[in-house]
Design a protein around this ligand. Sequence first.
Ligand code: BGC
Length: 729
Amino acid sequence: MDKEALKELLNDMSLEEKVMQLVQIPGSEYDSDAEITGIERGQAKDRVKRLAGSTLGIWGSRRLRKIQEEYMKEHPHHIPLMFMLDVIHGHKTVLPCPLGQGATFDPDAVRKGAALQAMEAAADGVHATFSPMADLCRDARWGRIMESTGEDKLLNSFMAAAMVEGYQGGDLKDPAHIDACVKHFAAYGAAEGGRDYNNTELSEHTLREYYLRAYGEAIKKDPAMVMTSFNSINGIPATGSTFLMKKILREEFGFKGVLISDWGAVGELINHGYAKDQKDAALKGMTAGVDIDMCSGCYSGYLEELVKEGAVSHEMLDEAVLRVLNMKNDLGLFEDPFRGLDKESAPVITKEGRLLAREAVAGSLVLLENKEKVLPLKNEKNAFIGPFADTKRLQSSWAFSGEDDNTVSVWEAALEVYGAENIRTAAGCTMFDQDAVTARGIRHLDNWQEENERLLREALETAEWADTVVLCIGEDSTQSGEATSKVSLQLPAVQLKLINEIKKTGKRIVTLIFTGRPLELKEVRELSDALMICWLPGTEGGHGVLDVISGKTSPSGRLPVSFPYTVGQEPLHYDAYPTGRPKPEKGPFEYTSRYLDCENGALYPFGYGLSYTSFEYYDAKLSAEELSANEAITASVRVRNSGNTKGSVTVQLYIRDVTGSRVRPVRELAGFKKISMDPGAEETVSFEIKEEMLRFWTAEEKWESEAGKFLVWICDSSVGGKPLEFSLR
Ligand code: BGC
């Protein structure tokens, strides 16, 4: 439909119809007669169902076709209903959780993964996904760290932008693509104490320099939607913040698409103590610029009244409605309301999709320890022990439509590689401690004690038989994701007991950690001969893991977040500000910024990860000692694969602005390149440094660079390398 026709349509719509384009209701309402969530008593349910502009959480062409047919018949202007879904890291083929995708340091792979998700979701009738989550996360207690790509603004920016490109492709009318929604605007990841939905307190410069960056970069890729966040920022709930939504999002970032609230967030303005009732919440949401009210019932209940009273202008309403109509039009829904709803198009997991997922898994695994080169596994007697050894539950939360049945477990993949006669498996213990609390409530097993005694006996027998134990432990998928904040980053005690008992057998231990968040691994590090983070790897988890531990592929993932010694260090991130009393490398330490009982830095820092081969960095240099505006200097280093196998290395560039009108971080990632190298191969890896990369939110509240000295590291982690120096004129 052309723009003029769209405006005519808008002009022809009744006030009620317009308001209802701004209303989203749960998809389950189209299947059941249950009360609609958040809808005030007295609102006619039929009217809401008949006219709501969009729905979420349902998929499947047959089901959606039926809903669309009935809806279109009833709708006065036959405006199609839009179907949205949280396709976060896979629809049918489930990729590693976003934190694992961050660990690939490979935006191209992430873009391809997003395109695969879009293709599968589109073929199941989905029009839009609520992804990417561009929230910066510095706190492992926050369960949603699993949904982020980590703690670094640059890495997150690349990944969020790649996801938008992958989902949306070049043309949204292409039926293989869907709308992206950048979320959660803003700073949801900074929740106080890591407690989900909590308040955030952030100075404007920390907000702008760190927390807002990845949303901003993703928005440059023109996502169809942005979602507000649940938290308040400096006392104002994000969903009601005109500063965030109007000044930053619309004016500064130039966002032209649809702003949708998070689930119920307009209504939650009341709980925050920011709105007095649903009507007031609707007014505050509209005033802040929230176009679609997801499931709170405030717009459906009160927006019409607010417009009639003049509290919300017709102009404001029309602008919001037009944005929604445009979004539908960009997808070609007016021409084809049944886009993606043919039975034939139902998505199936393809060989190509599996291959892509398998490579994503292999690229996401982070090898932290490999003492005596115990990995890759020798072709001898290997026992796969632990609650993650023989389970198909390798998807993280938010993989609604992915099915465990399609997942390849570690054990299944091990059988393919080694054959049944050479390997054994045992669960070793339960996944959970007794009475563990998860996102789904308390897991209680009546015979937990006896069951664990039995499992341990069995595991010890299996370990006695083996030369090497591959211990598959970690956090279940219900322990990270939404509403899964924790004050402990320890593995379940029952799993720690298992590794301690196996250690007593004297067998070599290769520990694989499955997790959606950083965990405390000090004890496990000491007990293990090799240690690798496998995240929650998804459908091809088993294959990807076996590709790496068998040596078919060398591990190449890097930590996208710091792994602490202890939870007491959280929030922990490498790009901290210097203090007036930094802890010196050697004593005396007394009156310096440190803990009495722990190191300051991470047990495993951001950017860290090993390979089966070794890489030497030498001849690091800068092409000039001075830089001025409109020029660039080149930072380069020679890299050599000095080991015996092929491997990938992620060369990282960090910069420090030594003196500024505002304190600058001790290091900031300024670039990275992942390259694959044959044994003996050498290469020059170079990065351009330009003045614009050195800009920051100055004391004068401007994005500017300041003349002075800068340090540069070209290295293999956020704590590696020796600095070079240049000055900005
Ligand atoms: C989450 C969002 C999600 C939405 C819709 C909310 O609870 O915070 O990330 O997109 O639900 O499912």
